[in-house]
Design a protein around this ligand. Structure first.
Ligand code: PEP
Length: 254
């Protein structure tokens, strides 16, 4: 586990102002668990409200456009989410890649745009079940990352986090074995070394995402090379999300 584990909740298309009380409860309890870095990515409509509601945890967006401004009805740029209070943005989530036909090239241009706007990127990658069954998971993820990562990187610890999220584990209650997760994270680390060099690569936290819950969090977070978790369903209530944050704090203390 990384020095300070990073636990990020992705609320996806969930949440109205009624859910601000959950964000507040997560924030207040996280203040007692300073060994863990906690963050929430609510829908665009709640970024500003969550930002105003919390004192300790980070607030981010779930996507942004690759451009800076202009005639793009319904889109939101990186500088706009930053203005609303977002400190990071999740990019390349499999739901965006699948449902909005996002290519690696588009994801890379979004990454560059976010970095330009001064916000940190959580870049998602992950294989389908079919690809894993064919024994091609690591080469698929390496290709995906090579196509989505920026050409160069400065201050990697402050600007980039990778989230490995096997598509077949998202929202299904199924997870890879800890051995498979560690093997994938090692393979991602090796790719980062190849792209950016040893020193820069060592600064990037690699999160695991896919059906993390308070019951399996300790085991998953203790896996070699896992620097935290990206959490979907279990981040929607303070009770379950804080169970994961607590598990991260316990693993960190071991
Ligand atoms: C996600 O979609 O980022 C995710 C990890 O979802 P879940 O935790 O619900 O599997």
């Amino acid at each position: 586990m990384a020095e300070r584990p990073y636990i990020v909740g992705n609320w996806k298309m969930n949440g109205t102002r009624a859910m601000l009380s959950e964000a507040r409860a997560i924030d207040r309890s996280s203040q007692r668990l300073m060994k863990v870095e906690v963050a929430l990515a609510p829908p665009f409509t709640l970024i500003h409200a969550v930002h105003r509601e919390v004192e300790q945890i980070g607030v981010g967006a779930q996507d942004c456009h690759s451009g800076t401004e202009g005639a793009n009805t319904g889109d939101i740029s990186a500088s706009m989410v930053a203005d609303a209070g977002a400190k990071f943005v999740i990019l390349g989530h499999s739901e965006r890649r699948q449902d909005h036909a996002e290519t690696n090239a588009l994801v890379r241009s979004k990454v560059e745009s976010a970095l330009e706007a001064g916000i940190r990127v959580i870049l998602c990658c992950g294989e389908s079940e079919e690809t894993r069954d064919e024994g091609k998971a690591e080469s698929f993820v390496a290709r995906q990352l090579k196509g989505s990562l920026p050409e160069s990187l400065d201050n990697a610890d402050e600007v980039l986090t990778i989230a490995y999220e096997p598509i077949w584990a998202i929202g299904t209650g199924r997870t890879p074995t800890v051995e498979d997760i560690s093997a994938m994270h090692r393979s991602i680390r090796a790719l980062l070394v190849e792209l950016y060099g040893e020193e820069m690569a060592a600064q990037v936290r690699i999160l695991y995402g896919g059906s993390v819950n308070p019951d399996n969090a300790k085991e998953l977070l203790a896996a070699d090379e896992v620097g935290g978790a990206l959490v979907g369903g279990a981040s929607l209530t303070a009770e379950s999300f804080l169970g994961i944050v607590l598990a991260a704090a316990e693993v960190q203390e071991q």
